[in-house]
Write a protein that binds this ligand. Structure first.
Ligand SMILES: Nc1ncnc2c1ncn2[C@@H]1O[C@H](COP(=O)(O)OP(=O)(O)OP(=O)(O)O)[C@@H](O)[C@H]1O
Ligand SMILES: [Mg+2]
Length: 502
């Protein structure tokens, strides 16, 4: 048996535009291989060729198990033991965990009526094989993202798997859940399953990958051993640039802060929240999932109004009981899960962009000026370096990170006084991350107050004037100033299993 499980040389064009250019790529049996590159560099396209979803341009060479494969269809790919978990997971939310896991097998057997016990037995076997615990009879829709991910993995393992491909599996997971997933991948490796793993979180790649292949603009830069790389070199190889981070500008404290929150509480979510935000300030909020940070953001945006406490904007007390009031008071919110945040996937980039900005443009002029709207959309798409042939392209055809940029652009374009960004750089490549940090600094320098919620302490350190750490619904610590280290902040974000005191 050859040591190489799969090798290929492929190109791929869409409507004459080459997005993969003679990419030579191979995967060894049982290895953990990571694919890196900026948004739109061709990672997902390469994965879709391996899984038979896309056919490569003519002249491609693909070998699996040492034998040449002339045409790799989805079915054939599965026959070779290749399974892919896409970012949207493709689960059925109303079906139970067991049904979701067993469904592929059942469909493959062509049976329409299957006894519940059979299904449960099949699912139990998969769950035990992976070594995870899942509530087999619960509907999948009610599970956390992490558990849904595990359901998708268990489903993949209903048949023999030689290669498990995961396209950004960790974007919606917290650090603890990511560690659990990485452990599952390592366990699978012990059973001989190779993994191909795409992630924009470089620390995960260093944690787990044995080889790293880097793509840039559809070309392969090389395949490396992680010991040859560090974050700086990896980002240089991905982008061709040395990234520099601007220093955070100090804020000038005024008599009346832009935002003042006092004694804000919501039963079961958060309690006695007190903080202020100045004009031009970037305030970071971090904490584990369930610490209440997203619930707090939702309260400020009127999606989860608080029970008690006060919110003042420029000294004026405001009751935020709906999104309408929040937006009228100058608050915008970019939610954390880009797949859920209202992109209309079959519509064009321009239409998606205008969904939010529209009201402002029509409001000010009283009528819809479509030329003006178009020009505005084009300007923002350009400023955010969204890689798209035009604003008329269907948003679904953009790479994931570029869709994310459209979402960010459209909220920032509403020109709020206070912008709340919940995990804005998840799924975004390192060069785009640094351009988003620069945008945040730029907006702050114009006087906008920004609340940045993030899991990544590094990111907060690059971007924020102050960092609040939340735990079990209250603010546990505040950090600022020179000499602050990642370790200082990280050590405040610790698990604690004490009772819920919300
Ligand atoms: N079906 C399609 N039709 C037209 N263009 C496409 C299609 N699928 C992908 N592309 C283009 O191919 C290029 C590579 O996209 P791909 O999704 O492979 O990038 P990626 O490396 O996965 O990026 P990300 O990190 O943002 O997910 C992009 O410019 C994208 O717009
Ligand atoms: Mg992708």
């Amino acid at each position: 048996m050859s040591e190489i499980f799969l090798s290929m040389i492929v190109s791929k064009s869409f409507s004459g535009v080459k997005v993969l250019d003679d990419v030579e790529f191979n995967i060894r049996r049982g290895e953990i291989h990571s694919l890196c590159g900026e948004n739109g560099s061709g990672k997902s396209t390469l994965v879709k060729i391996i899984s038979g979803v896309y056919q490569p341009d003519s002249g491609a060479r693909i070998e699996i198990d040492g034998a040449s494969v002339r045409h790799l269809s989805s079915i054939e790919s599965i026959h070779h033991g290749i399974q892919v978990i896409y970012q949207d997971l493709a689960l059925f939310p109303t079906l139970s965990v067991a049904e979701n896991i067993a469904i592929g097998q059942i469909l493959a057997r062509g049976k329409s009526l299957v006894r519940k016990e059979t299904m449960r037995a099949l699912a139990t076997r998969a769950v035990n094989h992976i070594g995870v615990k899942l509530p087999l009879d619960e509907p999948v829709g009610g599970l956390s993202m992490a558990d849904q991910q595990l359901v998708a993995i268990c489903r993949a393992f209903m048949s023999d798997v030689n290669l498990l491909i995961m396209d950004e599996p960790t974007t919606a997971l917290t650090r603890k859940e990511v560690n659990a997933l990485l452990n599952v991948i390592k366990d699978l490796q012990r059973n001989g399953t190779a993994s191909l793993f795409i992630s924009h979180k470089l620390d995960e790649i260093f944690d787990i990958a044995e080889r790293v292949t880097i793509l840039r603009d559809g070309c392969k830069i090389g395949t490396y051993n992680p010991s040859e790389l560090d974050t700086k070199r990896l980002s240089f190889l991905m982008t061709g640039k040395n990234l520099v981070y601007e220093a955070v500008s100090p804020v000038v404290k005024k008599d009346v802060p832009l935002l003042q929150v006092d004694g804000l509480s919501k039963r079961g979510n958060f309690r006695d929240i007190e903080f202020s935000l100045e004009r031009g300030e970037v305030l970071g909020i971090t904490g584990l999932l369930g610490s209440g940070r997203t619930e707090l953001a939702l309260a400020l945006f009127g999606l989860n109004p608080a029970d008690t406490g006060s919110i003042r904007i420029e000294g004026q007390k405001i009751v935020i009981d709906s999104v309408g009031t929040a937006m009228k008071s100058g608050i915008s919110y970019v939610p954390e899960n880009r797949l859920l945040q209202g992109l209309v996937l079959r519509q064009s980039v321009g239409k998606n962009f205008l969904l939010t900005v529209h009201r402002r443009l029509t409001g000010r002029f009283g009528l819809r000026d479509s030329r003006r709207q178009r020009a505005e959309a084009e300007k923002w798409i350009h400023d955010f370096e969204v890689k798209t042939p035009s604003i008329d392209s269907v948003i679904e055809t953009l790479s994931g990170g570029n869709q994310q940029r459209v979402v960010l652009a459209k909220w920032i374009a509403t020109n709020p006084k206070i912008l709340i960004l919940d995990s804005p750089t998840v799924g975004i490549d390192i060069a785009a991350k640094s351009s988003i940090y620069a945008t945040i600094h730029h907006l702050a320098s114009r006087g906008m107050g920004i609340i940045l919620i993030s899991d990544e302490v590094n990111e907060l350190m690059h971007t924020c004037n102050r960092i609040l750490v939340m735990q079990r619904g209250h603010i546990k610590a505040e950090f600022s100033g020179d000499g602050l280290t990642v370790q200082d902040v990280s050590s405040a974000i610790v698990e604690d299993n004490g009772g819920d005191c919300r």
